[in-house]
Write a protein that binds this ligand. Structure first.
Ligand SMILES: Cc1ncc(COP(=O)(O)O)c(C=O)c1O
Length: 380
């Protein structure tokens, strides 16, 4: 199998597994299993591990440790912000601004709030999947309480102008959230530079395990918690800490920071370009790129094999693990909301395939994937 679906999830890298292991096999003798809230040494030991992990995540995004709240993943972080701000700010208004291409983990909480009387503006995007900062400005109303626009899109990889939107949000004194589940680990993310109040992190997109994530929260007073209980996570998310997974997320954050210092992201970008050129060789003019040419995640390649159905092509090239952008039924085609928002035609959308590369991808794998796809096209 050739895994080209790193935007769906990433494997846990060895260093991360190794960092977690002492907490997984924790026995009475090691003392690595204590409840971080306990005041004895068992508790102090795991509390230190959690705090070290928090600091590593904070360092990666240029935040302070207190601004990082551990959660169960990207979905929870997004829900926490959107519902939490709505609950807290209900008095000051009920309007939220988002985009048409958000992940369901943003779209659904927004829909949930609409059913409860809030109003949501869904900004459209251009044909590359880009939100115009100017449109955000125009959508602001007196009762706007939150702007939530993703940092990079999971399907097409387009990177949004969050920094510009950050300036607008600041000018109007409106809270800004960005879902960085896909961008963190692939491009540098600096919360100060972006000017965001909240930023969502998903562990399993950055070589940490599934079921752990974090929320950057600049001001703890700006939201109401989703999970009430004891005072964990600065009183913002109750529940005894998942020490093992949080240690894993911390280690992944450190690894990413090291890789970014060594500019290893550039290698991935070159590999993605190499793969695009290989696909162009085999598919010629029937291959079209979806998303932005430059302002795109370095690992993400969403292309349409026009004249083909992505699903069928991938089932014929079954060694290649990738995702499609449309569900083809007998007499109808259902494009993903993202491709629909881009205005992609049915013909083009049908043939869309998202390839997403990662730390373990090499040229040899990409050559084999291109050959498998070429053979699938011949047998189509
Ligand atoms: C952009 C984006 N946001 C949020 C999520 C959800 O993250 P999690 O699976 O950690 O809940 C995903 C995962 O697919 C994503 O791609």
């Amino acid at each position: 199998m050739i895994y080209l679906d790193y935007n769906a999830t990433t494997p846990v890298v060895e260093e991360v597994a190794e960092a977690m292991y002492p907490y997984l096999e924790a026995q009475l003798q090691t003392g690595n299993f204590g409840n971080p809230s306990s005041s004895h040494e068992f508790g102090r030991k795991t509390a230190r591990a959690v705090e070290e992990a928090r600091l590593k995540v904070a360092d990666l995004i240029n935040a302070s440790a207190r601004e990082v709240i551990f959660t169960s993943g990207g979905s929870e972080s997004n829900n926490m912000v959107i519902k939490g701000v709505a609950e807290k700010q209900r008095e000051s208004g009920g309007h939220i601004i988002t985009s048409e291409i958000e992940h369901p983990a943003v779209r659904e909480p927004c829909g949930y709030l609409e059913e409860r009387g809030f109003e949501v503006t869904y900004l459209s995007v251009d044909e590359t999947g880009m939100v115009a900062a100017e449109d955000v400005k125009k959508a602001i109303r007196d009762d706007t309480i939150l702007i939530t626009i993703m940092h990079a899109n999971n399907e097409i990889g387009t990177i949004q102008p969050i920094k510009d939107i950050g300036r607008i949000a600041e000018e109007h004194d409106i809270l800004l959230h960005t879902d960085a589940a896909q961008s963190l680990g692939k491009i540098p993310v600096d919360v100060k530079e972006l000017g965001v109040d909240f930023l969502s992190i998903a562990g399993h997109k950055l070589y940490a395990p599934k079921g752990v994530g974090a929320l950057y929260c600049r001001n703890h007073e700006s939201l109401t918690p989703l999970i009430h209980g004891a005072g964990h996570e600065f009183g913002l998310r109750a529940g005894t800490e998942n020490v093992i997974l949080q240690v894993g997320l911390g280690e992944a954050a450190s690894l990413i920071q090291k890789r970014q210092k060594n500019e290893e992201g550039e290698e991935l970008k070159q590999l993605t370009i190499y793969f695009y050129n290989r696909l162009k060789e085999i598919a010629g003019d029937s291959l079209q790129l979806n998303g932005h040419r430059e302002k795109r995640l370095p690992n993400t390649l969403n292309v349409s094999f026009v004249g083909y159905e992505g699903d069928k092509l991938l089932s014929l090239a079954d060694k290649v693990a990738a995702s499609t952008g449309a569900a083809c039924h007998e007499d109808s085609v259902e494009l993903s909301p993202v491709l629909s928002a881009l205005g992609v035609s049915e013909e083009r959308g049908k043939g869309a395939v998202r390839f997403s590369l990662g730390w373990y991808t090499d040229r040899n794998e990409l050559d084999r994937a291109a050959e498998a796809l070429y053979s699938a096209m011949q047998r189509y």
